[in-house]
Design a protein around this ligand. Structure first.
Ligand code: GAF
Length: 393
């Protein structure tokens, strides 16, 4: 049964009617370009084959009702809430994500109530963007019910990038996580067999062909099972540090710091901000180098850039953790061409670029490294660039 089928079946059981439609959105991994999005920089994510599906039908009373189907087959219900009354701070926990989307869409004139049923298989809390997949699927469902799906012909049809910005606002202002645009854009705009090269400042993007298997390689994801959150202080502190540095340097964002002038630029900053700036500037450059290699069908050569990204996130940006470092080191020791943590950090997942014939060796090495330290067994899977969000039926 697909996630869409599971959402539809649970919808029918709980609401005793057939859903009007089913929309779904994927989680993502970011090949490279971490903590660059809120600095107006470059990112290069691709969508995972794991998705969150939302079965939906309109209601006449302006109320948003949301149920979510757990792995145990039980449905958890959020308290039904009138959309007109939604305000930041009134809804907490997982229900804040769908509610925040309804709240932001209300400001776009979408005020109709809805029954929603959520089902999915994006690993939660793994730094693979399950919450953004949920938000994007809910956004498409509410827009679809209102006849304003993206890619439509009507003037009122929003673009996918517009929807990504609305979802970001719901996350920043309603959920209270000061995240950038990477994850929503990845979930909404990625396409199969490609990575999405996005210039966050201009919104310009390019679908870069990405076929690891054709080069005898794979992207192995290691979900360390170390939990993380972007609503506690660590993520916000890094972001605030970047904004402070940009202000001191008199530039709109760290994107504007030239790598050729980095050494001199750093001397104009207080010591605590220098590593943050060094990470952002060098990471943007690594994204550009990676894109050039992918365009030249030289995926096998991006390994050192991935590993340099990890070192920079670990030593300069200081958002890695023991489990992520262990995963990266164990993968490299067994022959991975490059490896790095992905997402915001402090837990979550790492990726490794692995020659297919070394898959088992890398897997064994990672499992052994975790077992040696008595850490919970990580979850490993091969990530294949998959389709972005859309209507299933
Ligand atoms: C998290 C955030 F949600 C993204 O916006 C991005 O900043 C990422 O961390 C780090 O690159 O996933």
């Amino acid at each position: 049964m697909t996630t869409a089928d599971r959402a539809a079946a649970a919808f029918q059981q709980v609401y005793d009617r057939v859903p009007t439609g089913i929309w779904s959105a994927p989680g993502r991994v970011n090949l490279i370009g971490e903590h660059t999005d809120y600095n107006d920089g470059f990112v290069l994510p691709f969508a995972l084959p794991y998705r969150i599906a939302v079965a939906a039908a309109p209601r006449e009373d302006g109320v948003l009702a949301v149920g979510t189907l757990g792995v145990d087959g039980n449905v958890q219900h959020a308290d039904p809430f009138p959309i007109a009354d939604l305000e930041p701070g009134l809804v907490s926990g997982w229900a804040a994500y769908p509610s925040g989307v309804a709240w932001v869409l209300r400001s776009q004139g979408i005020t109709g109530g809805a029954d929603l049923m959520v089902a999915g298989d994006v690993p939660a809390g793994a730094g693979l963007s399950s919450s953004h997949a949920l938000e994007c699927a809910v956004a498409l469902a509410l827009l679809g019910l209102a006849g304003r799906s993206p890619d439509g012909d009507e003037a009122s049809s929003p673009t996918r990038q517009e929807i990504a910005r609305w979802v970001q606002r719901s996350e920043n202002d309603f959920v209270g996580a000061p995240t950038g645009l990477l994850d929503q854009t990845a979930s909404l705009c990625c396409v199969e067999a490609h990575a999405l090269f996005l210039d966050v400042r201009s919104g310009k993007s390019e679908q870069v062909h990405f076929d690891a298997a054709a080069e005898g390689l794979e992207v192995l994801v290691v979900d360390t099972r170390a939990s993380h959150s972007h609503t506690d202080g660590g993520y916000g502190a890094r972001r605030a540090g970047c904004e402070r540095a940009a202000e001191i340097l008199g530039v709109p964002a760290l994107r504007d710091v030239e790598i050729t002038e980095l050494t001199e630029t750093l001397t104009r900053l207080p010591e605590d901000l220098r590593p943050l700036v060094r990470h952002v500037v060098t990471e943007n450059d690594r994204v550009l180098q990676t894109v050039d290699l992918l365009r030249a069908t030289r995926l096998g050569d991006i390994g050192p850039l991935l590993s340099a990204s990890h070192a920079s996130l670990r030593d300069d940006y200081r958002v890695s953790c023991l489990e992520l470092d262990i995963a990266v080191d164990a993968a490299m020791a067994a022959g991975a061409l490059g490896a790095r943590m992905v997402g915001g950090g402090f837990g979550g997942s790492a990726i490794a670029l692995v020659p297919v014939d070394l898959h088992s060796a890398v897997e064994k090495s990672v499992y052994a490294a975790f077992a040696e330290r008595s850490l919970p067994k990580p979850r490993l899977f091969t990530a294949v660039p998959s389709a972005g969000a859309g209507q299933d039926r």
